[in-house]
Design a binder for this molecule. Structure first.
Ligand code: HEM
Length: 302
């Protein structure tokens, strides 16, 4: 049977417990504010208002994947960076990215199956053999886990690459619809926790480390767009594209963190400004209704 949006909300509650009034996914996180300025190359190639070249205000949220608001900051899980751009005409553009270059499954059904296999047994512990059996039967659920096993969690929210993962389209100045994916490249460089730091089990350092870093000036990411070729997957977020020609579309800048500015934002990744459109990736499609349910619940204290 096709997975339904509310199936995810229900299985998150089974895995992570019920936490009223907060996000059902990426429950732990911190708001930040700043802006985005497109590069001259992006302005020259695209008419999209997002790439006009003038500074556009942005609301951000950094987060840890999963529905546990007390998830430890050394956890081997994806980190998230969501951004909402407010264009000059008031329209919005959202992105919501992960530190893994691929997602945990190729479609909503396999992601749901993996989550259902991860629900703790009666003893409160996940059944590792069951999860392994699901991964063996569904190879698309392996690459993200392999990436997480091979890469330490980020030392700071400012020292991770964040991947858009899905395919999107963008109309260029010639009217051609270009197939793209993107990632955010940290100007501070990529740095993970050392084995020693992980072993220290410090559960809460990411918010403080970001704030401390911002005291020295803005944190910046380059928005790197990759141009897909005919063979590159449009609908499978568990498969990474090979290295492709890229364009640096501009700079995301973060100036402040720790206020409440993102609490009432739904970073629905299908909210796109003029010139952009979403692919038929079924995982991307599922995100809008699932986020809407989570948003409605948390705004109403559920
Ligand atoms: C079927 C697949 C997915 C489901 C069911 C799902 C579910 C959710 C839910 C329920 C939330 C909380 C929304 C809110 O209350 O505002 C959330 C947040 C988030 N998700 Fe997903 N998600 C999925 C796939 C993805 C993918 C593919 C990515 C990245 C490419 C992603 C990145 C994020 C991020 C960064 C947040 C936090 C946004 C924020 O800070 O408000 N998710 N997800």
């Amino acid at each position: 049977a096709p997975a339904q949006p509310n199936d995810f909300i229900e299985v998150f509650a089974k895995i992570f417990g019920e936490h009223k009034g907060i996000r059902k996914g990426h429950a732990k996180g911190v708001c930040a504010t700043g802006d985005f300025t497109a590069s001259a190359e992006a302005t020259a190639r695209f008419d999209a208002a997002l790439f006009s070249g003038s500074a556009i205000p942005v609301s951000y949220r950094f987060s840890l994947a999963g529905g546990n608001p007390a998830a430890p900051d050394y956890a081997s899980s994806p980190r998230g960076l969501a951004a909402q751009f407010t264009l000059a005409d008031g329209s919005k553009h959202n992105i919501a990215t992960l530190t893994t270059p691929v997602f945990g499954a190729k479609d909503p059904e396999n992601f749901l199956g993996l989550l259902q296999a991860s629900v703790p047994s009666a003893d409160g512990k996940p059944d590792i053999a069951k999860i392994q059996a699901f991964r063996t039967a569904h190879p698309d659920t392996q690459p993200q886990a392999q990436w997480l096993a091979a890469n330490p969690p980020p030392w700071s929210y400012a020292t991770a690459e964040y991947f858009g993962i899905h395919t999107f389209y963008l109309v260029d100045k010639g009217g051609e619809k270009v197939k793209i994916r993107w990632h955010l490249q940290p100007k501070d460089g990529v740095k993970g926790l050392s084995a020693k730091e992980i072993a220290q089990q410090n559960a809460d350092f990411l918010d403080g480390r970001l704030k401390q870093r911002l005291a020295d000036g803005a944190v910046e990411f380059d928005w790197i767009i990759s141009f897909g070729e005919a063979a590159d997957s449009e609908n499978d977020p568990s498969v990474q594209w090979p290295a492709r020609p890229t364009l640096n579309a501009g700079t995301l800048r973060i100036n402040t963190s720790g206020d409440g500015s993102c609490v009432n934002i739904n970073f629905d990744p299908n909210v796109l400004s003029g010139g952009f459109s979403a692919s038929d990736d079924p995982v991307l499609r599922m995100r809008s209704p699932a986020y809407a349910i989570s948003f409605g619940k948390r705004l109403s204290g559920q």
